[in-house]
Design a protein around this ligand. Sequence first.
Ligand code: FAD
Ligand code: 5PR
Length: 373
Amino acid sequence: MSRQHAEIAGAGFAGLAAAIALRQRGWTVTLHERAPELRSIGAGIVLWENGLRVLHALGALDAVLERSVTPPFYETRIHNVTMTKHPFLGDPWRTMARRDLHQALASRAAEVGVEIRVNSEVIGADPKGVLYLESGEERSADLVVGADGVGSRVRDSLGFNIERRRSRDGITRLIVSRHLDDLGRSEDWHNVIDFWNFAPRILRILYVPCNERELYVAFMAPADDPEGSAVPIAEDLWSEHFPYLAPIIAEAATIEGRYDHYETTTVDTWVKGRVALIGDSAHAMTPSLAQGAGCAMMNALGLAVSVADAGDIDAALAAWEKVERPVTDRCQQRSKMLTDQRILSRGEWMTDELLETARHIPTGTSRELELAI
Ligand code: FAD
Ligand code: 5PR
């Protein structure tokens, strides 16, 4: 069989995962990133067993484990009173800085021989299998992948039917230092702690240790609260409502930051001809279940497995969407429901139904594999 070639738009978690998985199966891959360097924006990230299994299959798990932690508990507090403390025994999970996950994937992509082009802006695609670049270049491939995020030009150039739904809340996410000496001695500062305040106003701080030095901290407020959604975060407001987090808030207020309104997007189909959409270009979701990147990487690996040895790529793409999409659709719907109803505040969301995605065995990973985490 002749060597097959893929052109991929976007070097985020989805594009990098697809590129590595296709290279591992003997394809040649060119990955286009519009930014001048491979770098992830954003703060911290939580991955569950499904995402960790994909990293293992891609050969990137060890690098991620070196730079991530499993906090002892996932704790939820309302007005600083602990509602639940969940150890997630039997459900592997890791927290990390996004930069470290991105770097692990980028290094692995280089190692397996993905051709990475930075400063390479994609402006659209053709279902026949062509990627159009801003430079005027047209790149032909057996498979074109739109992994260019929630604002995907690949998707928008092809007239996919897209539905966007916004939730009432949004969040500003930052990385700060751990401030363990200033916070006061307590083992709890190694936990993930989801601090919810409902009165006198709705404000929430999500506290996520990423490693020995770095803390991922996220400030949630309704989008119609100008002060709560202001960036840089309003130090007086947040430290008035969360005085026990004052050292963290003080550092957070020195960072510019960006407030992201929670959004759910769906498309009518993930595939048009030889073009497949993966990650946020196909299914941006709210972060309540912490599965956006997990689903993106699962679907990227599944795509590579499906097309790898397919005689008929069109049939393989249709089969891929049919197999992979239902789990992601359910995850997206549930995440949206949790976000819209602010259900994480109850601390009781760790049900079998809501952990379905976390426990899902992704295509291309082995059922027998036990992660040493
Ligand atoms: P992106 O990360 O957006 O990557 C797209 C890439 O394409 C970028 O590098 C961009 O520069 C590039 N690009 C864009 N346009 C072009 C173009 N025209 N030409 C070339 N390149 C282009 N998920 C989790 O699993 N766990 C979490 O804890 C978690 N927390 C989250 C918190 C928030 C507040 C949000 C909003 C999301 C969270 N997610 C989480 C979801 C996760 O961040 C996304 O689902 C994931 O990053 C999507 O990856 P992607 O590769 O599809 O898109
Ligand atoms: N979980 C995680 C997260 O990063 C966020 C949320 C939940 C890991 C916010 O970005 O509910 O907002 C959330």
